[in-house]
Design a protein around this ligand. Structure first.
Ligand SMILES: [Zn+2]
Length: 583
């Protein structure tokens, strides 16, 4: 039996296609359907080509229906499929040893040398969600102790706070490391006095040679008094940048040479590279492991949740914890999360914005939270995606499509529908017999949410009426064919030119042309339109016209342009500017 004669299969494809179409604004995606069908009918694995043909035929049929018709069909034939899938709210696995602590405390600790982007989402959301899950505390700690190579920028402190706020992660306490230098100095002195750290004045090369041979450098075994003396000199200007570094002692034969006597503090010439907050007040600056290691204990962090690239840092810091008689917090190291196609290099983002390659930190080409916000990506979608991935140690690769799928589910239910005509072409319809009143629901599933209404009044002897239609629709029209203006009436194309299409009124009811699989297109009456610019994810601008009801929209509204995609309204003035989210 060929697949074309398998009626049962055709019905299954139709059902899956209809459900898929309803989830995608009326337009089913063949690619998603094939997987589902093979999932249910394994034997078709060997007939993918034939099956694709069948699916694309049925998808075309399904996509020619309006969303309402799609829904009606499903309601009639497969009412059970419409019952809301019970969505289990996915929960995070428990934290290790949470009972050991009176209160779970987590932290997110960014360097304000860039705005936040999708790459930080996991650290933020897991830390915040765990704190919330255990009624604990979530701390924001700015790690801004490198005024030279990873120079913090004042405006980013604020934009990071805004991003966390937008993500719904309420910060219980905030600390800024550049305010805490004297605390780090105090502990450094203790480590030096106890002989657990030393001031090394070797050149990097001299030190490396000794270290690789598991040998102490010339400084290491000098008495603590000498190191305290050198430390004072570091603080007061007796050494210049690069001449001295404080090292924390480790086993010299530690199997990982990168752990051996790790650098803890160094001199930065803040006359040349002033810190944006504290200027040239300090010249000795802690490196990551000293500052973060001390702070995690001093701020009472119970659970550190971070990427596995920090595993070696834990090994380094554990030496310092032992010297200070402290217990290392619980540490959860998750795997790498890659998002295909998302550009996440902080230095390149900052450079690109400075050099004008990007319009700003919210340029739609970037994966910054500011850009995602501008494009109508909801924080709920980001959060759901991150929680579904969880803190597992295996590496995970996601795509923009994954994020869009989460976002679509959220937007689909709450976004009002409007017509947008991309690259408008005028369509003149003659012979319209009477006035028509189009009443279009703002949301097909929520008639109580209201309507957009347009009255079509034919003019002159020709009883003519003009509409804007999309160039894409105009280019697929054929003379002699009947097509339907969605929710309005059917027309027969009489002439097609580059910038104008003419048609005559054919009939009113959809039933009459249903069997002909006539194409359904959207339209805007000429005069009932507002110019609309859609900024696409690649920063190109798609110019067109939106229906006049869009003039009432407020900035930040996320709507769906039917047969086009979801967009976020950015500006409503003489015209509309919107940012494209996704299909
Ligand atoms: Zn040395």
């Amino acid at each position: 039996m060929t697949l074309d004669n398998d009626l049962e299969l055709a019905e299954l494809v139709r059902k899956v296609a209809l459900l898929n179409a309803m989830q995608h604004g009326g337009s089913a995606q063949a690619g998603a359907i094939i997987g589902k069908i093979i999932g249910e009918r394994q034997e078709l694995k060997t007939k993918v080509k034939e099956l694709s043909g069948l699916i694309s035929k049925i998808v075309n049929e399904v996509n020619s229906l309006s969303i309402e018709e799609q829904k009606e069909t499903v309601e009639k034939k497969w009412p059970e499929a419409l019952k809301k899938e019970k969505v289990e709210e996915k929960r995070l696995p428990p934290l290790p040893n949470a009972d050991k602590y009176a209160r779970v405390v987590t932290r997110f600790s960014p360097n304000p040398d860039c705005v936040l982007h999708l790459g930080s989402a996991r650290a933020i959301l897991l830390s915040y969600e765990y704190a919330r899950m255990y009624h604990g505390k979530f701390i924001l700690r700015f790690e801004d102790t490198d005024p030279k190579a990873k120079r913090p920028v004042l405006e980013f402190y604020e934009s990071i706070r805004e991003d966390l706020d937008w993500l719904g992660c309420k910060v219980d306490e905030e600390y800024i490391q550049s305010d805490r230098l004297t605390i780090y100095y105090e502990y450094t002195e203790r480590l030096l006095r106890d002989g657990n750290a030393y001031v090394c004045t070797c050149t990097p090369d001299q030190f490396r040679k000794k270290s690789l041979a598991s040998k102490p450098c010339n400084c290491r075994d000098l008495p603590p008094e000498e190191h305290l003396e050198r430390w004072k000199r570091m603080l007061t200007g007796g050494y210049t940048e690069g001449e001295a570094v404080v090292r924390v002692k480790t086993d010299l034969d530690h199997p990982n040479p990168a752990v051996r006597d790790w650098p803890a503090l160094r001199i930065i010439d803040t006359e040349k590279n002033p810190h944006p907050r504290v200027g040239n007040k300090y010249r000795v600056w802690p490196l990551y492991n000293l500052a973060a290691g001390l702070d995690d204990h001093l701020l009472g962090i119970t659970h550190i949740i971070r990427g596995k690239e920090h595993l070696t840092n834990k090994v380094r810091q554990e030496y310092m914890y032992k010297y200070l008689g402290w217990e290392y917090p619980e540490a959860i190291h998750y795997g790498r999360l890659q998002i295909t196609g998302a550009f996440l290099s902080k230095s390149k983002i900052v450079q690109g914005v400075r050099e004008g390659m990007y319009k700003g930190y919210d340029d739609p080409r970037l994966a910054t939270f500011a850009a995602l916000r501008k494009r109508g990506i909801t924080p709920e979608a980001i959060k759901k995606m991150i929680i579904d991935v969880g803190p597992k140690t295996a590496d995970v690769t996601l795509s923009w499509e994954n994020l869009y799928a989460y976002n679509r589910k959220i937007l689909d239910l709450k976004s009002d529908r409007y017509f947008f005509v991309s690259e408008p072409v005028e369509l003149k319809v003659t012979g319209v017999p009477k006035d028509f009143h189009a009443k279009l629901p703002l949301h097909p599933e929520k008639p109580e949410g209201g309507f957009r209404e347009y009255t079509i009044t034919p003019k002159g002897e020709e009883k003519a009426m003009s509409f804007w239609i999309a160039k894409k629709d105009a280019s697929t029209a054929e003379v002699g064919k009947v097509i339907r203006l969605m929710e309005l009436f059917n027309i027969k194309i009489t002439s097609i030119k580059a910038d104008a299409v003419e048609a005559s009124f054919a009939s009113e009811s959809y039933e009459e042309i249903r069997k002909t699989k006539a194409q359904l297109i959207h339209w805007i009456p000429v005069g009932e339109d507002v110019p609309c610019r859609v900024v696409m994810p690649d920063a190109s601008v798609n110019k067109g016209r939106a229906e006049s009801a869009c003039k009432k929209l407020k900035p930040d509204a996320v709507i769906q342009f039917e047969r086009f995609g979801f967009v976020r309204v950015d500006e409503v003035a003489a015209g509309l500017t919107v940012y494209y989210s996704h299909k």
